[in-house]
Design a protein around this ligand. Sequence first.
Ligand SMILES: *Cc1c(COP(=O)(O)O)cnc(C)c1O
Length: 386
Amino acid sequence: MIPYGRQSISDEDIEIVKNVLRSDFLTQGPMVPIFEESVANYCGVKFTIAVNSATSALHIACLALDVGPGDVVWTSANTFAASANCALYCGASVDFVDIDPLTYNIDIQNLKYKLEIASRNGTLPKVLIPVHFAGQPADMKSISQLSREYGFKVIEDASHAIGAEYLESKIGSCSYSDITVFSFHPVKIITTGEGGMALTNNPKVAKKIRQLRSHGMTSDLEDMDFRPPLEIWNYQQIRLGFNYRMTDISAALGVSQLKKIDHFIGQRRKIALKYNESLSDLPVVLPFQSSENLSSFHLFPVRLRLNAIKRTQKEVFFDLNKNGVAVNLHYIPVYLHPYYQALGFKPGHCPNAESYYREALSIPIYPGLTEAMQNEVIRIFTNAIL
Ligand SMILES: *Cc1c(COP(=O)(O)O)cnc(C)c1O
């Protein structure tokens, strides 16, 4: 079975993890700050906080921006549920912005329209969470301009997009946002097993996220409400936090994986270019490629032109799986999940995201996909839709 995505683990990755297992620290130890510093250098950002998943990072990023009951958070309809769940964890409510039918990222016109209405009704979002879908950067310039105009904060859900570039800067530099979040889940660009990171240039936000990662505790005397009675008692809980720490085992794997990121993205790009050439005559819409930005090519979503294909999306999906190509569907619009429909969301809320969802399939793209395997995918895919 050829999966749609898969991690690439080398002997060096295994060696560095083995060394940690033999060392004094398994939980957060010396490798975590080394990993944090290497990502900060790579992305050109001041502060990085490693955590145990992007989901955790999104949660404490929202808390660090004071999201709470009575607040509203907006995100893209075309994303993984975690981009929206983080708002609900904080007791806030959530709403969805439709996607641009060309890029599958948040549609700026729809965003403007919703903001105008929300402004009149006094229901403006506190935070907007744009998603760089498939690794293709969202229109951050417009988003950041609107954030100043309407007074909301921005968290980039860059779970797909470490290594991607927006205009002159790396995704993660937070040039157009308050916080950026990465995921290091095995299907993503680099992996730590499970893992995530929050990035920011704001020292106060960074400090708060760092405390929330570990029980809301601080060992920094200047942050303590009162001087500890015993000088040897050197930490205090000053807010309600969590155990979202990354292990040193994971961080070591991250350090090793990050060294190969440009190679990984190069491989992904090569695969994307070959799909673009080989599938261009088929009745499908290939993913948008910007000439200004660099995608990290996390996913390769193709849209089936169903009226030309005469087969249903479901038939194509099962045909590919039956023939050894494990395609996937990214994403069911979040608000169509039963949990969200029970909150009152109804089909039709974001028409572009829904029609995309009815036609899309993500075909395999990952560094370990060999040329022979890709040829096989192309052959099976072509047979499935013709
Ligand atoms: C994978 C993913 C997440 C969650 O990442 P975890 O590290 O698995 O928690 C969040 N948002 C998007 C867009 C993702 O693709």
